[in-house]
Write a protein that binds this ligand. Structure first.
Ligand SMILES: *[C@@H]1O[C@H](CO)[C@@H](O)[C@H](O)[C@H]1NC(C)=O
Ligand SMILES: *[C@@H]1O[C@H](CO)[C@@H](O)[C@H](O)[C@H]1NC(C)=O
Ligand SMILES: *[C@@H]1O[C@H](CO)[C@@H](O)[C@H](O)[C@H]1NC(C)=O
Ligand SMILES: *[C@@H]1O[C@H](CO)[C@@H](O)[C@H](O)[C@H]1NC(C)=O
Ligand SMILES: *[C@@H]1O[C@H](CO)[C@@H](O)[C@H](O)[C@H]1NC(C)=O
Ligand SMILES: *[C@@H]1O[C@H](CO)[C@@H](O)[C@H](O)[C@H]1NC(C)=O
Ligand SMILES: *[C@@H]1O[C@H](CO)[C@@H](O)[C@H](O)[C@H]1NC(C)=O
Length: 625
């Protein structure tokens, strides 16, 4: 018995050290452990995910490889080459990418899809006890994860926030020019990852399939992996999808410890199911060709003329050359017309301050969208406005409503947003009929909106002031997360710049008092509106209700009066009954008052608001002067 115990680790070691390389030209008969969406087809093609939303898939070699000879030792050199292909169902809607991974375990449970790529979750992302090394191939630009663009390769250590990343491509050996490689295409791409343990140098190189390996790596980095990599690690792949989704395929893979990896035999790699999209959904391909030919047309036309205007009798559209930057995000009027059955009333979701909002399904896809028609009078400044809106819409955060694209026609700007199935928050707060929200849902939505606003104020490259925070601009997604929408009024400011506007935009009842004097919108005036929003959610009523008795008309005044009397909790939405957490309710109400303090300097920053909401710091006691 004792002998068995003593011998076992020795045997295990022996068994483990026997495998140090493998080559799979296609994965027929391969020793792989698959989970999640990952499947292997009869041709030996490995598919990590299909086009199910919010899913992940993993594939690992079933036997771990030895990367170190002793726990404190240096990492043994390794090299690997593989061929992958990321096939989106529709050219514009692909995501989220995949990663090559070294992991202490082949069972990555409790990991999240979307931008965590099936490698981490929100609590362990960045934790050094993960011992995960990955090279990511990311097809979504997520600013929260500090992504540089929506087509990049990154070196990830214990976190999806890359240590180093670069736009996908290669430097041509012929002319020394950098050639872009599009990850989201159905073309197979070949990748080499090499680590030199002695010099601690990591190189990542890619090229189109069939081309020799370029001499200059795309990414080259000196990294001491010895505290990250454990003695034995599983090697494999992980991929994920979100609202956007792609098929992630691996066609072949070769790995070698301590030596130069053998090249793959390209002729024996399995074929991609090319016919897939067309046989399943012909219109999808037609749409793709339409889009392709459209952009080719535009490019051709742009070369000839500085300004292009395509006018048709019915579908008149405007196009200028600056818009080429946003070509991917541009929809044709016809597409949107068809998506909404010709902007019929039965598709109408609502009428807002800026125009009408319709629900639609993009032709040839099953993508549900909300389409907003914004009327504007003059053409002057519209270009700038659109450029701003579109770049704002690219901000990705789980508490913001994503903009998918836009279309411009005379006197009208049409914005296409991701559809939020649970509509806007005010429907739940103010309408009699709708089922009401419980306290825990309200508190969750509040925290979400706060983090979305913090992101706009402090965490993206430029300070973004929303300018119109209110319950009707908070939309609820399928999981009842609150998401800030309608950046129609928002304007961009550089950090440190002094924003000055000549006319007041926003909604009465939410406008900070100083605005009527200074016309100067600041993050502080957003905080004011956020304060009013907190009161709306807790009290279930609008900020100003003129039909009420005088002392009840203005929400802030009424809550303030109750706070002075020591009866602040009585102001809660009566539909909550006794089903609420008293401390949280009190916190939200008092914080609402603090945020909507008449003195801008007395209001907390959104960062402080988050800390207060999460109980990391306590609300200051002398709340108001
Ligand atoms: C798979 O592993 C088994 C032993 O675990 C080995 O006999 C077999 O050769 C391996 N297959 C391949 C293709 O490496
Ligand atoms: C993706 O694969 C999973 C499991 O293999 C399956 O349940 C699901 O229906 C597939 N989704 C699509 C959209 O084909
Ligand atoms: C994240 O993953 C770790 C395991 O790596 C697990 O212990 C933890 O509970 C997970 N957290 C969440 C929020 O799922
Ligand atoms: C990292 O993970 C370990 C183990 O799961 C945990 O004990 C530790 O608190 C985590 N560290 C941080 C900073 O979250
Ligand atoms: C790079 O990796 C190290 C681990 O080696 C980590 O501690 C560090 O925070 C990372 N840096 C960045 C910028 O991500
Ligand atoms: C990485 O690339 C550099 C530059 O081409 C090269 O000198 C070095 O030998 C490469 N290292 C590895 C581990 O391939
Ligand atoms: C690499 O990291 C390990 C563990 O942190 C350390 O012991 C070793 O000295 C480092 N090597 C070099 C060359 O810095």
């Amino acid at each position: 018995m004792l002998l068995k115990i003593l011998i076992w680790p020795f045997l295990l070691n022996l068994a483990l050290s026997t495998i140090s390389d493998f080559t799979y030209n296609g994965f027929k008969g391969a020793n792989l452990s698959l989970d999640g969406m990952a499947t292997l087809n009869s041709d030996g093609l490995l598919r990590l995910t299909n086009i199910s939303k919010h899913e992940q898939g993993h594939a690992f070699s079933t036997i771990p490889l030895q990367f170190k000879r002793s726990p404190m030792g240096t990492v043994i050199s390794f090299s690997t080459v593989f061929v992958f292909s990321i096939v989106p169902e529709y050219p514009m809607f692909g995501g989220h990418g995949f990663a090559f991974v070294l992991s202490p375990s082949m069972h990555l449970f409790q990991t999240l899809p979307i931008y965590y790529l099936g490698l981490f979750n929100s609590s362990n992302n960045g934790n050094s006890s993960n011992h995960i090394f990955a090279v990511e191939f990311d097809t979504i630009k997520d600013l929260e994860m500090a992504d540089i663009d929506d087509n990049h390769v990154g070196i990830d250590i214990n976190s999806v926030i890359s240590n180093k990343s670069a736009s996908a491509g290669f430097t041509s050996d012929d002319d020394g020019q950098f050639k872009k490689v599009k990850l989201l295409s159905d073309e197979p791409i070949q990748v080499w990852i090499e680590y030199d343990g002695l010099n601690m140098q990591l190189n990542v190189t890619l090229s189109s399939l069939g081309k020799p390996k370029p001499k200059i790596p795309l990414l080259s980095s000196t990294i001491n992996l010895s505290s990250i990599i454990l003695d034995h690690m599983y090697v494999g792949f992980s991929a994920s999808t979100g609202m956007a989704y792609s098929y992630h395929y691996i066609l072949g893979w070769s790995f070698m410890m301590n030596g130069k990896v053998p090249e793959l035999d390209i002729s024996s790699l399995p074929r991609l199911p090319r016919a897939m999209t067309s046989s399943k959904d012909k219109t999808g391909t037609i749409l793709m060709w339409l889009l392709l030919s459209l952009s080719v047309l535009v490019l051709m036309a742009a070369a000839g003329a500085r300004m292009i205007m395509v006018r048709k009798n019915r579908f008149s559209e405007l196009r200028e050359d600056w818009e080429l930057d946003f070509e991917l995000h541009r929809f044709s009027y016809k597409q949107l017309y068809n998506a909404t059955g010709g902007f019929k009333d039965e598709f109408l979701l609502g009428v807002g301050g800026f125009g009408r909002v319709y629900r639609g399904v993009l032709p040839g896809t099953e993508v549900e969208v909300a389409i907003k028609r914004v009327c504007h009078e003059s053409r002057q400044g519209v270009g700038e406005f659109v450029a701003e809106i579109v770049s704002l819409g690219q901000l990705q955060h789980r508490n913001l409503v994503p903009l998918l694209g836009y279309c411009r026609s005379e006197g009208e700007l049409i914005l296409v947003y991701e559809y939020m199935p649970n509509r806007s928050l005010d429907k739940y707060l103010f309408s009699e009929g709708e089922s009401t929200l419980g306290w825990s849902q309200r508190f969750w939505i509040i925290k979400g909106v706060a983090s979305g606003l913090l992101y706009l104020h402090e965490d993206c490259e430029r300070v973004v002031i929303h300018r119109d925070v209110k319950a009707s601009n908070v939309l609820l997604d399928g999981d009842m997360n609150g998401r800030l929408g309608d950046f129609g009024l928002a304007r961009l400011y550089d950090h440190g710049g002094v924003p000055l506007t000549t006319h007041l935009a926003g909604t009465v009842g939410y406008l900070a008092p100083e605005l009527s004097r200074t016309y100067r919108v600041t993050t502080n005036s957003d905080v004011f509106a956020f304060g009013v929003f907190l009161l709306e959610v807790a009290c279930g009523r609008r900020p100003i209700e003129p039909e009420k008795a005088e002392d009840l008309q203005v929400l802030i005044d009424w809550v303030l009066a109750n706070w002075r009397k020591g009866t602040i909790k009585e102001t809660r939405d009566e539909r909550l009954g006794e089903e609420y957490v008293a401390e949280e309710l009190e916190l939200v109400l008092k914080l609402g008052l603090l945020c909507s303090h008449p003195l801008p300097t007395a209001r907390p920053s959104m960062r402080r608001v988050i800390q207060l909401l999460h109980g990391d710091i306590l609300l200051p006691d002398p709340l108001l002067n």
